[in-house]
Design a protein around this ligand. Structure first.
Ligand code: PGA
Length: 251
């Protein structure tokens, strides 16, 4: 296993209301308590379930809370948006930024994502910056260049001290929710390129995401630059998410 502490984040996307979130946590916490304390675990429910999740998780420090996005602005006339300080009120430790679904449907640019990263860090949260290429870009042989350009676009202005506090999730778009997980050597190639692109990334957690399942998670974790997973579908069921993590770190 890698030297760096593994991190697994359940990205629930637009799934689970507050009561479903409470049920998940009730079932998941006892399973999570059995997982090595070396492993960091977080769940990212929708905004409307964060209060319920914070209350249900309060009794234990085993599982951290993450948000799925946030505004780059501190407050003001941004209808529908949520600020970092609002998330901090619910003990949110991580925030996923720049997920490909937000880049696609909400037209988030690298520039805006970079501003969100800085706002999250300023509020004391760890940004999980998601990057990844489309199938067309991969087939053209430009996956590495594309991912490094996304990183430069979002983090180029960040100081090295700040950049060392970021989590990066490599999620090839063609592998998300499709069941077509990326070959682990391909994922490692990108993770290695990310790590080597900046001195500040030497010890940050780099996650893989895209159809990660209990059956394939350990293969990724055996790769030297992959430290965990950003897990969508397989994080919605408590037993499946716990089995994925347990299997991944046992190898
Ligand atoms: P998936 O989603 O595990 O369902 O492929 C991963 C993600 O989008 O973060």
């Amino acid at each position: 296993m890698n030297r760096r502490a593994p991190l697994f984040v359940g990205n629930w996307k637009m799934n689970k209301n507050a009561s479903q979130t409470r049920s998940f946590i009730e079932a998941f916490l006892p399973l999570a308590e059995k997982i090595s304390a070396r492993v960091d675990i977080a769940i990212a429910p929708p905004f409307t379930a964060l209060a319920a999740a914070a209350a249900a998780l309060a009794a234990s420090s085993r599982v951290a809370l993450a948000a799925q996005t946030m505004s780059e602005y501190g407050e003001g006339a941004y209808t529908g948006e949520i600020a970092a300080s609002m998330l901090a009120e619910f003990q949110v430790s991580y925030v996923i930024l720049g997920h490909s679904e937000r880049r696609l449907y909400q037209h988030e640019s690298d520039l805006a994502i970079g501003a969100k990263v800085r706002a999250a860090l300023a509020a004391g949260m760890k940004p999980i910056l998601a990057v990844g290429e489309s199938l067309a870009v991969r087939e053209e042989g430009n996956a590495v260049a594309h991912v490094l350009a996304q990183l430069e676009g979002a983090l180029g202005e960040l100081s090295d001290d700040r950049a060392a506090q970021v989590v990066i999730a490599y999620e090839p778009i063609w592998a998300i929710g499709t069941g077509k997980n990326c070959d682990r050597d391909q994922a490692q190639e990108i993770a290695h390129a990310i790590r080597g692109s900046r001195g500040a990334f030497a010890e940050i957690p780099i996650l893989y995401g895209g159809s990660m399942k209990p059956e394939n998670a350990s293969a990724y974790l055996q790769m030297p630059d992959i430290d965990g997973g950003l897990v969508g579908g397989a994080s919605l069921d408590p037993a499946s998410f716990a089995a994925l993590i347990t299997g991944a770190v046992a190898a």
